[in-house]
Design a binder for this molecule. Structure first.
Ligand SMILES: [Zn+2]
Length: 520
């Protein structure tokens, strides 16, 4: 990567500062260097990994709270510190912008989900160019299992990346797809500023499919009489009208649809209320936690009427949310463009957005948002006042693009392995990947390998097998790919970040967000 002139001057200054001390510095992260109370702080890379350095007069360095090893020169000291949990806590105290915060007040936010723990600088390069705020840490329990990480590690990686890039605008950290109190507590203890509650296990999907008679019976048996009265009072034969520049529409509930929606949601609503109270009682005094509800991982799409029913009932109980992730019509498969009827998508998306605007002005959250380029302009146009876009897998794919470019033989090995375990890996997902459409890798020239990351089927092949690829071990118990994979990402990290800058930037530009001038 070519450095800008002012960066070169900055690096020279830092080199001069570090020169008297006997440490073999491989790399300096110039944007991280700053002064606080006569001490200089900054990030460097040694052969063992990234380190924080603290430099200044010996007496002052001694008083500084970071834990590390001291090297002396005359009356000065250079302290070299690990990025340990203890030091992360110090970082957040001394540089409060490295602590995740609520992004409630920002209309457009982007969840960039850094699965690998080394993508965030690239995400920051991209979001800096647009009027958005990033949710940099964003992992689900499932993702953490696949990558062998935990919530606190995820938040701490984001915090150090924020420090590295000197990003002081504020960022969020999302405990994504949390399903139980234990998971929520773990994420909150790790410092997340956002909880995404996944209600998929609390929804009763037979409410979509049961016969009218069965619905009547279940409603009578399962819904308490008092509660049933409230449902009918709120919804039966009421007409909810919405009006915006793109048009008017109304939603009406007859008796059957009240019953179906009640059966679909009643457990989910009770659970949401418990979680909401938990969040209020535990945290409001200490910090604001953004609250998103996800109902996207369901076998049926969320109709605007479902959405309206659910949100009115939440409002009735005094529950305020910051975002809702419906399951949209059509297909939002991982890492590839939208499949479905664009006109119908537009119609329904508009209705979802209007409902959200009229019932609490929360954001519509787009999950599996990676690479949905054909629907981004619609989303940007119609939900301009409240949108949260989540991507994650696409940054893993860009990492694999880098591997294909820089370490072709490793890419070949990983690709072949992915083919061999694909069917096992995709049990959890709905995908239409056709492995037969992926050209055999044997005849492909090295320079053409990155093209695999442009074709839908091979994108999905590599996308859905990420956990398997990272965890694969040989007969000797050693990782097959992991070490070489991460080493390559480290060796070419600037190139990786540049790929992400371009690719995430393309997502944000497709939403219709205008680029901003950056002043560093
Ligand atoms: Zn989701």
């Amino acid at each position: 990567m070519k450095l800008k002139k002012n960066e070169q001057t900055q690096i020279k200054k830092i080199q001069k500062l570090l020169k008297p001390y006997p440490i073999p510095v491989l790399k300096i992260y110039p944007h991280s260097f700053c002064s606080r109370d006569d001490l200089t702080y900054g990030l460097i890379r040694l052969s063992q990994g990234k380190r924080l350095v603290v430099q200044g007069e010996t007496g002052k360095v001694r008083k500084d709270p970071f834990k590390g090893k001291n090297r002396h020169h005359g009356k000065t000291t250079l302290k070299v510190c690990d990025l340990s949990p203890e030091n992360t806590a110090c970082l957040m105290d001394l540089f409060p912008y490295t602590r995740p915060v609520s992004l409630r007040e920002y209309p457009i936010t982007a969840g960039t989900g850094d699965r690998l723990g080394c993508a965030t600088p690239g995400h920051l390069w991209a979001v800096r160019r647009f009027p958005v705020r990033p949710v940099l840490a964003q992992q689900s329990v499932r993702e953490n299992k696949q990558t062998g990480r935990c919530f606190s590690g995820v938040v701490s990686d984001a915090a150090w990346a924020v420090f590295q890039e000197n990003y002081q605008e504020g960022y969020g950290a999302d405990g994504d797809h949390l399903k139980t109190f234990a998971e929520i507590e773990e994420a909150l203890n790790a410092g997340v500023s956002m909880v995404t509650l996944d209600l998929s296990e609390k929804l009763n999907f037979s409410a979509f499919t049961d016969s009218t008679e069965a619905i009547d019976r279940h409603f009578k048996n399962e819904i308490h009489e008092e509660e049933a009265k409230v449902f009918f009072h709120l919804f039966l034969n009421k007409e909810f009208r919405f009006k915006g520049p793109p048009g008017e529409f109304s939603i009406r509930f007859d008796e059957e649809s009240v019953k179906r929606n009640a059966l679909l949601f009643y457990k989910a609503i009770d659970f949401t209320e418990e979680v909401y109270e938990f969040l209020q009682s535990h945290l409001v005094s200490r910090r604001i936690v953004d609250f998103e509800i996800s109902i996207d991982e369901t076998p049926f799409s969320t109709s605007p009427a479902n959405h309206l029913f659910f949100i009115i009932e939440l409002g009735q109980r005094g529950i305020r949310i910051d975002a809702l992730a419906p399951r949209f019509i059509g297909e939002f498969q991982k890492g590839i463009d939208y499949k479905g009827d664009l006109a119908e998508f537009r119609r329904q998306f508009y209705q979802h957005a209007m409902i959200a605007m009229d019932h609490g002005n929360y954001k519509i959250s787009i999950h599996s948002g990676s690479d949905k380029f054909s629907v981004f302009p619609i989303m940007g146009e119609l939900a301009g006042k409240g949108l949260h876009l989540k991507t994650a897998g696409t940054s893993w794919l860009e990492a694999m693009r880098l591997i294909a470019k820089r370490f072709p033989s490793l890419y070949r090995e990983m690709h072949q392995y992915a083919l061999s375990i694909f069917h096992e890996a995709t049990r959890l997902y709905h995908v239409t990947t056709d492995l037969w459409k992926i050209p055999r890798i044997e005849g492909i020239k090295d320079r053409d390998l990155p093209k695999y990351l442009d074709q839908d089927d091979s994108r999905q092949l590599v996308h859905l097998t990420y956990g398997y690829l990272l965890n694969a071990k040989g007969p000797d118990g050693k990782h097959l790919f992991r070490d070489r994979f991460f080493q390559t990402l480290t060796d070419y990290e600037e190139e990786y970040w540049a790929l992400l800058d371009k690719h995430i930037g393309k997502h944000l530009a497709s939403l219709g967000l205008k680029k901003m001038k950056i002043f560093k």
